[in-house]
Design a protein around this ligand. Sequence first.
Ligand code: FE2
Length: 298
Amino acid sequence: MNRPPTLVEYGIAIDPDSMVTPHDTAGFELEADHPGLGDAGYIARRKFLFDITRTARLAKEPPPLIEYTDEETRIWREVTPKLDELHAKHASEIYLKAKRELAIGEREIPQLRTLSERLTRETAMHLAPAEGALPYRTFYESIAGRGFPVTQFLRHGSHPEFTPEPDMIHDCLGHVPPLMNRDYAELLTLIGKAAATTPNGEHVLMLKRFSWFSIEFGLIQERGEVKVFGAGILSSFGEIPHSLFSPSATRRPFVTDNVIRQDYDPSHMQVDFFIAPSFAFLRSELQGLVKRLGIAVS
Ligand SMILES: [Fe+2]
């Protein structure tokens, strides 16, 4: 009998179809342990931003211009200088150069629309407004069309160094700068095209892991040193030193066949990291993988 493969994600067996069937959450909701629960002002602000960014995304419009509140600016000014200090020491040179070119500063929250226009001139990428974390398929379809989904809300002010969900600090300081690099932009677009094209859930899982261990939690070798370029690391005070120095984490060379078989747990500090020699290497590895899987991308 020809049985579909059993897939394991986050340590749990999953239905392969769940990787390719889109679902959508049309309503705004904070998760159970969110620090903003019970704060009516925060919830009202989040609902407002959810509605306008979702509407803009569905209409394929650029990120709306946002008038940020004093509290949002306070959070930005508290968090970004501390992250900048860690980035100066540990982030990839490609990332640092891109952040300077984009003029993402510590005082004012940037308008994503302005950053998007700059990216378009540089690598033909753009930023697509997102109301929150999007379903895989929706996310991949957006990056296949060279639009990286970005949120426009900030974490709750009671815990400025923590967010249980990707917020604008994660997206803007983690994901946006590397989009200025051509190899990175092509790598990302190809992940999107391949994942949005294949009807095979196992392929999507492999591509998701490739993306997780590079785009989100990737390390890179630069002039004899290991540096950080993954957005999940760059936007977390704890993950930056942990990824590079913790004895409880492993750091192995990025070998595609190992990466696509490596499960992970997104709810905890990461234990497995892979070091890529360059973005060009990742791009060519991904091209090889997509070819090997027989995914016909245009
Ligand atoms: Fe992310």
